[in-house]
Design a binder for this molecule. Structure first.
Ligand SMILES: [Zn+2]
Ligand SMILES: [Zn+2]
Length: 447
């Protein structure tokens, strides 16, 4: 019977031997970026790799998702998911953008799929899987970046989705029903090799449509109702509310104008926006979302336009399981050295959002980070410089962590599973999110 340290060494050796191949996966995905729910090529690549590794899988989950399932050979036990995200962003100025779609990996998710597969290279080695109890589920999830809301609303109308984030939809579909705990590693441009800790914002997503009345912008503007002016007043009203946002709620309210009018010679009659309200706790989220709705109504009221606000359930705040985090930290320090590991306090909120937060409401998980990138996340200059740090180190650290959880009869995983206090059941989660979904209509002409 090998020791846990020997099992970990077997995993590290296996990953090291196939390092160039694993990094090659990340580089292939970088060259083929696909936004959420369109990740057909990336999903096919994951399926081919699962096939080569002898991992049974299900595909086309929430359109493009892939879920593998591997049985440890040392007996039954809990199931640990190792997750990667398939999707890219849209950044037209990014050096590796797709000319047709504008898709670009400006958030490093190409490395996440590769580090998930890299971890599996280590865990599938005979000197590893033979000594693990329970199961490992490598999962490639679509659509973490909450973008292209109008396109996703069409998918919802066609009955292909209910939720617009991949893990949200996976939860609803029951893909995580047989998973007990999870992990994912995301890239970062900060000066550490591996990091963990902190939380993230919850958010509500809004598709807003102002409807006015078109008219000749020169000859008869008095006959029109200017929907762009309504939107402009709404945005000024939102800014007037910023002084009411509390620092401790880490509020971010932002968005884009997706349609500002159709011809410069006509009073704009149809104006649309995608908007985002983020807050660090659910009470603030619900309250601030209501304030922003009020502002959109104010814009409509001022000029006598109509507004329709489609509120869409966004993501919930992240929660790292403290015991899993400790296990991960020990491995990260052993792998890259204490000085290259960053630990953030659980209360540190980076301001962004992730649907790992949704999963964290119903099960224990960790969301570590790996370095290796430079530039600004979601910016045109966000690129991976050091693939060893962005792909290989996290693959090894996750494999080592899974080994700690599932070796020795999966004792650690069992302990985490029975002690974790998830804030919600799956049913409570779905109810909370479905309560966020509503269409608010307001006729400013009748005010
Ligand atoms: Zn991102
Ligand atoms: Zn990301």
């Amino acid at each position: 019977m090998p020791t846990v340290a020997e099992i970990k060494q077997a995993a590290i050796t296996a990953i090291e031997e196939r390092k160039e191949e694993v990094i090659g996966i990340a580089k292939t995905i970088l060259q083929n970026p696909e936004t959420g729910f369109t990740e057909q090529k990336t999903a096919r690549l994951v399926q081919q790799r699962f096939q080569q590794m002898g991992i049974p899988f299900q595909s086309a989950l929430a359109i493009t998702g892939v879920k593998g399932m591997v049985q440890g050979k040392a007996g039954p036990g809990p199931t640990v998911a190792v997750i990667g995200e398939l999707d890219s962003l849209r950044v037209l100025e990014h050096p590796f953008h797709d000319d047709v779609t504008g898709a670009a990996h400006a958030c490093g998710h190409h490395c996440q799929v590769a580090n998930m597969l890299g971890a599996m290279v280590g865990l599938m080695a005979p000197g590893v899987i033979n000594h693990l109890s329970g199961r490992i589920a490598p999962v490639a999830v679509p659509a973490e970046e909450f973008i292209e809301v109008e396109r996703r609303m069409r998918l919802r109308e066609e009955g292909k989705l209910e939720f617009m984030g991949g893990k949200q939809e996976f939860i609803k579909l029951g893909v995580f029903d047989d998973v007990d705990m999870a992990m994912i590693t995301h890239t970062s441009a900060e000066a550490f090799k591996l990091g963990i800790g902190g939380t993230s914002n919850g958010h509500v997503v809004k598709f807003v449509q102002f409807t006015g009345r078109g008219a000749h912008a020169g000859g008869a503007p008095h006959m029109g109702i200017n929907a762009l002016n309504a939107a402009m007043i709404a945005l000024t009203s939102i800014n007037a509310n910023r002084e009411t946002f509390r620092d401790q709620d880490t509020v971010r309210v932002h968005g884009i104008l997706t349609r500002g009018g159709d011809a410069v010679s006509a009073v704009p009659s149809n104006v649309t926006l995608e908007w985002r309200v983020r807050s660090g706790n659910l009470n603030a989220l619900v309250s601030n979302s209501g304030k922003v709705d009020r502002c959109f109504k104010a814009g409509a009221m001022a000029v006598g336009a109509q507004v329709s606000i489609t509120n869409i359930p966004g993501y919930l705040p992240m929660r790292n399981n403290a015991v899993m985090q400790e296990v991960y930290l020990r491995n990260a320090k052993e792998l890259v050295g204490d000085g290259s590991v960053l630990v953030r306090p659980a209360t540190h909120n980076g301001g962004g959002s992730t649907d790992m937060g949704d999963l964290a409401q119903i099960m224990p998980l960790i969301h570590p980070y790996c370095g290796g990138a430079t530039g600004t996340g979601h910016g045109a200059d966000y690129v991976i410089q050091d693939y060893d740090t962005a792909v290989i180190a996290p693959a090894k650290a996750m494999a080592m962590t899974v080994i700690d959880l599932l070796a020795n009869g999966a004792q650690k995983a069992k302990e985490i599973k029975s002690n974790d206090k998830a804030p919600m059941t799956k049913e409570q989660y779905l109810r909370f999110q479905r309560d966020r979904a509503e269409v608010v209509r307001y006729d400013g002409a009748k005010a």
